[in-house]
Design a protein around this ligand. Structure first.
Ligand SMILES: Cc1cc2nc3c(=O)[nH]c(=O)nc-3n(C[C@H](O)[C@H](O)[C@H](O)COP(=O)(O)OP(=O)(O)OC[C@H]3O[C@@H](n4cnc5c(N)ncnc54)[C@H](O)[C@@H]3O)c2cc1C
Length: 435
């Protein structure tokens, strides 16, 4: 089959869906084709914890502005569609039992507040602290609440009794990424876009510009604009254009368990224990995360703890460490003592996850590529769901040639051509912005 399109997007994860939405709906390209070899959202986008936050500590305010713009767009869309993707505003709660860690959390809160997160509220009594609602996102405070001493366990009685304090980030919460992506594709299709199931196997160029996208089944789509939104296959698809995109991969695992004993109230926020925890005699870094799945409904919890961040090749399906569920359950019991009821039950947990596709400094790649008519939206690491809306808006502005926001230049693939920028990247290191 031969066909033609204004733009072909390779990949129907959350990035490709957002690109299709903004190309078809915002920029009004009438013939957008979204190609994927799998069902949409089944590679990475349905495997994460689907959280969002405007908590983006340094090195500067670039990521803060970018993700804040995405949250603005998420809120606009949620208002438009009756919140079909169940965006809530429960917040992220960073808790600690360590004084130094508490001081660091407070300093970071003031830094992000300086970027525009909103005020940092200290509370003399629990009465001035406004708890988050279980559902919905409207009319909620911004900024962060700094809870100390008894206020912390007063507000969150499920935390370890020696918890010294916590920072509750308020423009934050979770959503359903598959529902968000489905809504974006549905709106794009209503505006004329088409979804095609197939594997992009080649991209023909002529005179240094894109001319045709070829699928593994032999069909072709004539086009002069091609957007790579291939998630962890970004590098492979880049190779089809002779490009070597600067990304690496980390495998991130997650478990889902049934909290049949109600260790955690169903209205809990996304809780993160910042302190290192020793499991099986081994000290593991801080960062155990827990959140209820599906709002107040059901009994499932997501748990995640990235205590290993080694770079590895993208291989699908991945193989996960069978010990991971028990390690995470044990770690979570340090933060929430009632979780100890599940110690040793790791084999009954659902273990899954996916790859963080990342650049060296953990910032996305969004913009034009050296082959004319080719663009990329990817390297979304652990922020692809929360940033998707702004990613789609930005890549579609590049494709259409419309005005770009001031953060655009920091995501250009060509940024590495600048030796000064490359030096900065080395200084920052690879874990910038990663929780
Ligand atoms: C454990 C875990 C926790 C996470 N938690 C969060 C979180 O709390 N908040 C957050 O914002 N983000 C989170 N993330 C990150 C987020 O899930 C990802 O950044 C995001 O899903 C990436 O989306 P994507 O569209 O780039 O990639 P994907 O979802 O992987 O989509 C890429 C698509 O491209 C297709 N494709 C590839 N090659 C081809 C080809 N040649 N032809 C056709 N199709 C092709 C694939 O089939 C796939 O469907 C988490 C990720 C993990 C793994």
């Amino acid at each position: 089959m031969q066909s033609s399109a204004d733009v072909v997007i390779c990949g129907a994860g959350i990035a490709g869906a957002a690109a299709a939405y903004h190309l078809a709906v915002t920029q009004q390209f009438s013939r957008v084709v979204l190609v994927d070899e799998r069902e949409p959202f089944t590679l990475t986008s349905d495997k994460g914890t689907q959280g969002y936050r405007n908590w983006w500590p340094g090195p500067d305010d670039t990521m803060f502005k970018f993700v804040s713009r995405s949250i603005d767009l998420l809120e606009e869309s949620a208002r438009e569609n009756g919140n079909v993707f169940r965006m809530n505003r429960r917040g992220y709660l960073f808790a600690t039992a360590d004084e130094d860690q508490m001081a660091r959390l407070a300093a970071t809160a003031h830094q992000v507040s300086g970027f525009g997160m909103g005020p940092v509220r200290m509370h003399r009594s629990a009465a001035t602290y406004a708890p988050a609602p279980s559902d919905g996102f409207e009319e909620q405070p911004i900024g962060a609440d700094l809870l100390t001493g008894e206020q912390t366990c007063g507000a969150f009685p499920f935390l370890a009794p020696d918890t010294l304090g916590a920072v509750h980030v308020r423009r934050a919460g979770t959503l359903n990424a598959v529902a968000l992506g489905n809504w974006m594709i549905t709106r794009a299709v209503a505006a004329g876009a088409q979804f095609v199931r197939g594997r992009v196997s080649a991209v023909a160029t002529d005179g240094g510009r894109v001319r045709e996208v070829r699928l593994a089944d032999g069909s072709t789509i004539a086009t002069d604009r091609f957007v790579i939104a291939a998630g962890p296959a970004l590098h492979q698809v880049g190779r089809l254009l002779g490009l070597d995109l600067p990304v690496v991969h980390e495998l991130h695992s997650k478990i889902t368990i049934r909290d049949s004993g109600r260790a955690v109230p169903r209205d809990a926020p996304f809780v993160i224990w910042t302190d290192p925890v020793t499991v099986g005699g081994k000290a593991l870094p801080g960062g155990v995360h827990m959140r209820p799945v599906d709002l107040a409904h059901g009994s499932e919890l997501y748990l995640i703890w990235t205590y290993e961040t080694d770079v590895r090749p993208y291989v699908w399906p991945p193989s996960f460490d069978a010990r991971y569920p028990d390690v995470v359950l044990e770690g979570s019991a340090r933060m929430i003592p009632a979780m100890s009821a599940y110690a040793g039950t790791g084999s009954t947990a659902l273990l899954d996850g996916g790859y963080y596709c990342k650049t060296r400094e953990n910032r996305p790649l969004i913009g034009p590529l050296p082959v004319e008519g080719a663009f990329v939206v990817g390297a979304l690491s652990g922020m692809g769901v929360m940033s998707a809306h702004a990613c789609g808006e930005l890549v579609s502005a590049h494709v259409a040639g419309t005005a770009l926001p001031d953060y655009a230049r920091w995501f250009l693939p060509s940024r590495y051509d600048d030796p000064q920028y490359r030096a900065l990247v080395e200084e920052w290191g690879p874990l910038v912005g990663q929780l």
